[in-house]
Design a protein around this ligand. Structure first.
Ligand code: PGA
Length: 249
């Protein structure tokens, strides 16, 4: 049995004071939510505030990106050891906004994922098709290319520590969620890629989250699909009551 995992992706929202205020409201609402692993991925500069505010709770704090070198002359970048040093436990890798606006490729997704694992950070690796790819029937081919470039080169031991997030690009921030059946089909396709590369046991074990306009009112239908192990939540994670009701689906 895979334990559900709900991760909030705050993107470029909230300052340190808003971060502290959020956790004050959020933590009591999820204090009894032991059915589920919970993470909040905050902007870099607010990670210390988020770690302090999460305190000894079960809510893990994550970043939204990392660079693959440990240190060096890479102006503007943040490394895995730096994230660990401020108390991060997980990190999103390869989000479609990184791919679309910041030239992330499957090759750099792999490097970042490997860097996360070397630093004992739990990577949440995002894959997903764009609207024109879905409309031209290329969804599974796109998922295969992203899997082969970004995940398949990992060792089995490394892969065992990865969470995958399926996020159809057309559903992110648009209010258009994939139907539970559409999401489950994509999750099945990803899981069969995992079976072919890493074997049936690895495919049974890996958690695949759905992301794209997950809200309190559609999470139940998504989580009713046995293929869907949790959600990566953007907009609806910004408000404590809304994300808590997703956690407590
Ligand atoms: P959304 O974002 O929930 O606002 O659609 C999801 C994501 O980008 O991870």
């Amino acid at each position: 049995m895979r334990k559900p995992f709900m991760a909030g992706n705050w993107k470029m929202y909230k300052n340190a004071a808003e971060t502290a205020a959020y956790f004050e409201k959020f933590l009591p609402l999820v204090a009894a939510s032991t059915h589920c692993d919970i993470a909040i991925c905050a902007p870099f500069v607010n990670l210390p505030a988020a770690v302090a505010a999460a305190g000894a709770s079960r809510v893990e704090i994550g970043a939204q990106n990392l660079y693959w070198a440990k240190e060096g002359a890479f102006t503007g970048e943040i490394s895995g050891p730096m994230l660990v040093n401020v108390g991060c436990k997980c990190v999103i890798v390869g989000h479609s906004e990184r791919r679309q606006y910041f030239h992330e490729t499957d090759e750099t997704v792999l490097k970042r994922t490997q860097a996360a694992l070397e630093n004992v950070l739990h990577p949440i690796v995002c894959v997903g098709e764009r609207v024109e790819e879905r409309e031209s029937g290329k969804t599974e081919a796109v998922l295969q290319t992203q899997f082969e470039g970004g995940l398949a080169p990992l060792s089995p031991a490394q892969f065992a520590k990865v969470t995958i997030a399926y996020e159809p690009v057309w559903a992110i921030g648009t209010g258009k969620t994939a139907t539970p059946e559409m999401a489950a089909d994509a999750h099945r396709a990803i899981r069969s890629l995992v079976t072919a590369k890493f074997g049936a046991a690895a495919a049974q074990q890996v958690r695949i989250l759905y992301g794209g306009s997950v809200k309190p009112d559609n999470v139940k239908g998504l989580m009713a699909q046995p293929e869907i192990d949790g959600a990566l939540v953007g907009g609806a994670s910004l408000e404590p009551a809304s994300f808590a009701s997703i956690v407590n689906f």
